[in-house]
Structures are given as C-alpha cells and as structure tokens.
Design a protein around this ligand. Structure first.
Ligand SMILES: NC(=O)c1ccc[n+]([C@@H]2O[C@H](COP(=O)([O-])OP(=O)(O)OC[C@H]3O[C@@H](n4cnc5c(N)ncnc54)[C@H](OP(=O)(O)O)[C@@H]3O)[C@@H](O)[C@H]2O)c1
Length: 248
C-alpha cells in the first residue's frame, strides 16, 4: 500500500484528505491511501518518516511550508523560487520539495484570462506565503504587478496609499486577493480597495474558495468585473502533487 498524506498543525479541516480519498475511489486506485499526520512540532518529522516507511509523498500545510525545508535533500525550482514547500516527494531515501501552489495558480490564471496575459498588469493584495506563489507565477507570465500590504514598504503599497492615489489603482486590471479576508466563517470581510473604480474591464481572482462567492468577488461583480475563486487552483495544485508523486 502506497501512503500519501498531509503534515501540518492543526489539521481539523483538510481539503486534501477529502480530495484524494474521493479521487482514489472514483479512479479505482486501490494501492494508495491518504492520511493526516498532525505534527505539533516539525522536529517530529524525521520520526514520522521512520514510523511510516510506506510514505511516498506528502503535502505540507500551515505552519510548516517553510520550516520543513531544512529537512529536505533537494528543492525543485518551484520551491526554491517561491521559498516554500507544499509537496514532498520521496525518491528512494531522498526527499524533494516542490511548490504546487505556484503551478496551480499559474495554470488556472492562464486558462481564465482570455487575451495575451502579458498585456495586463496586476495588484496582489497580501504578502504572505500564497502571495509568493502568485508573484512567482506572474513573473513567469510576464505580468507586471504591485504588491499591496497593510504596511507600506520599499516594495509594497499600503491600502491607504492605494485609496489616496486612484490612478495607481485604475491601471492594473487584474486584482488578486491572497489575504484570508472573506474566508468562512468571517464572510463579511473584504480587502480595503476602492470597489467603485472597478469596471467590466477588471479581473478579480480570489484565492479564497470557501465561500464559493466571497464579498470581494461580489463587490467586483456588482461593477461588472469578471471574478474567480480559488477552487480550481486548489484542485490543480492537488493534481500537480499527484503527478509529482507518480512521475517525479
Ligand atoms: N486556492 C488555493 O489553492 C490556495 C492556496 C494557498 C492559500 N490559499 C488561501 O490564501 C489565503 C492566504 O494564505 P497564506 O498562507 O498566504 O496566509 P497568510 O500568510 O496567513 O496571510 C497572507 C497575507 O494576508 C495579509 N493579511 C492577513 N490578515 C489580514 C487582515 N486581517 N487584513 C488584511 N490583510 C491581511 C497579510 O499580508 P500583509 O501583512 O502584507 O497585509 C498576510 O501576509 C488563505 O485564505 C488561504 O486559504 C488558497
């Protein structure tokens, strides 16, 4: 039996376990199972691998996407560039780290945007782990972007600066929410951008997938903008993980 699973802490709501369990059933994959390995501390990771020698691949979630990196033998270019790992492949005795959020976001964005994406520019709201995967993909798609943070910095604007200088806001037609704002159960929150300036020319991509329509998306839709939630990215990153575990 091939064992796959998720490490993180805590692991009460796992999309991955549900996704892979139903995938294995749907596709008649009988030699694999997917388990949750809750690790109160990342120092328990080597012991987990000793206790579970049949592990062939793992997903990594909060809070270990960076902390797990020193335990790995190699990093794929995706993980190196994003600076975080969310998929681990065991190849013989070696552990290789990948970032499938990057692949999932890039693929879903490419198929969603109708025209040559390099003609767009973007605003990326939030500067956490997901933001790094998003900006790496934007670089590869040659889409220039500004970062927006609660704290202004050398490389990022604050929400207040954005509101004071509407011309900065009007040009980028792609706006990506990488903050957790609007995520269930706090569904009445949305990033503090000027929604009145949005138009049918805008594309709003929310990495949040629960609820299916966030307040950010609803406010954009009211102005005619095209909107998309993070479910496809989530599914594509899971499938990329499966591909990595099976093909290397
Ligand atoms: N669809 C997918 O496949 C997928 C994949 C990964 C993550 N996600 C989702 O993306 C979201 C972010 O994930 P993450 O791991 O990057 O989380 P994170 O590191 O905890 O937060 C991301 C950033 O959001 C900003 N932020 C946090 N709280 C905020 C608040 N109250 N108001 C305004 N900004 C706030 C912060 O940036 P500043 O400090 O710069 O403001 C923070 O660095 C989560 O909802 C997660 O579920 C989805």
């Amino acid at each position: 039996m091939r064992v796959f699973g998720l490490i993180g802490y805590p692991l009460s709501h796992s999309f991955s376990k549900k996704y892979f369990s139903s995938k294995f059933e749907r596709e008649g994959i009988k030699d694999a199972r997917y388990e949750l390995f809750e690790l109160p501390d990342i120092s328990g990771f080597p012991e987990l691998l000793r206790q579970q020698p049949d592990i062939q691949g793992l997903n990594v979630t909060i809070p270990y996407k960076q902390e797990v990196m020193p335990y790995l033998d190699f990093l794929d270019e995706s993980a190196e560039r994003v600076g975080a790992v969310n998929v681990i492949q065991k190849a013989g005795s070696k552990l290789i780290g990948y970032n499938s959020d990057y692949f999932g976001f890039k693929k879903s964005l490419e198929t969603w945007l109708p025209q040559d994406p390099s003609t767009l520019s973007a605003l990326v709201l939030g500067t956490g782990g997901a933001s790094k995967a998003v900006t790496t993909a934007l670089q590869d798609l040659q889409i220039p972007f500004h970062l927006v943070s609660r704290t202004a910095g050398a490389n990022c604007l604050s929400y207040a600066q954005l509101q004071e200088q509407p011309h900065i806001f009007q040009r980028p037609r792609l706006i990506i929410n990488t903050t957790p704002l609007g995520m269930s159960p706090k569904t009445d929150a949305a990033p503090a951008i000027v929604y009145d300036l949005l138009s049918p020319e805008h594309y709003l991509y929310d990495l949040v997938y629960n609820p299916a329509e966030t307040l950010f998306m609803r406010l954009g839709k009211e102005k005619g903008a095209k909107v998309k939630n993070g479910l496809e990215m989530l599914e594509l990153q899971a499938e990329k993980g499966w591909e990595i575990w099976n093909e290397g």
